[in-house]
Design a binder for this molecule. Sequence first.
Ligand code: ADP
Ligand code: UDP
Length: 234
Amino acid sequence: MEKLAMLYEGKAKKVFETDDKSRLIVEYKDDATAFNGLKKGSILGKGIINNKMTNIVFKYLEENGVETHFVEELGDRQTLVKKVEIVPLEVIVRNIAAGSFSNKFGVEEGKELLNPVIEFSYKNDALGDPMINDMQILAIGLASKEELASVSKQALKINELLKDYFFKRGITLVDFKIEFGRYNGKVILADEISPDTCRLWDNKTNEKLDKDRFRRDLGGVEEAYEEVWRRITI
Ligand code: ADP
Ligand code: UDP
């Protein structure tokens, strides 16, 4: 597989074309941003952990009936994926109140929710990724009714599978963000699942093992990513 021109450089990854029109190479960087790019920094070794963790998690989901973009890990930071047309939505699933949910609704961080919550944000940096509901998504035409139903169903299934996966490794899955893309007439899981995109708490101490350590200047950022990696690979 030959790596060709860079298609896109995002905040955390670069995306390259390949000599196969249906495949892309994603390259994970150590760059970290928060608050829509306002806070910038770098987390040493993050790109390697996020690449390898995403691939392990995507393989686990595939084994359990969730189709993903994963094709082949090419190196520490690079993975070959199916080229999809990204549905411009950040799909957020929550099990426990935290972050913007706690702030918006005045629900204490750490409170267990009575049911899992799906939220959507319109993936649009210029607009600051505003929250959007399903009727608004359909009204603008960001996704079809069928696609939205499929995304929601898959998101809840992924949540159940991931909750179980992390709990067995001593981690509580508080919330996470996923993205989907169109591929061969279906919407499949794309992008990444990592400590950048999930809130992961130690299930005994509630210690934060994710990007909130960077967002909130809690220190021990690299160590938290390494701890998640250690628990996944032992
Ligand atoms: P951002 O765009 O938010 O800064 P990244 O730095 O992670 O995010 O950039 C990766 C980009 O690649 C994202 O826009 C993501 O939606 C997109 N992407 C992820 N997986 C695929 C895929 N399989 N095919 C096409 N685009 C993808
Ligand atoms: N998230 C993400 N990318 C974003 C926004 C959120 O990966 O652009 C993840 C975040 O890591 C958390 C979940 O989505 O696991 C919910 O985030 P929230 O809405 O609470 O936003 P935040 O508090 O990060 O602003």
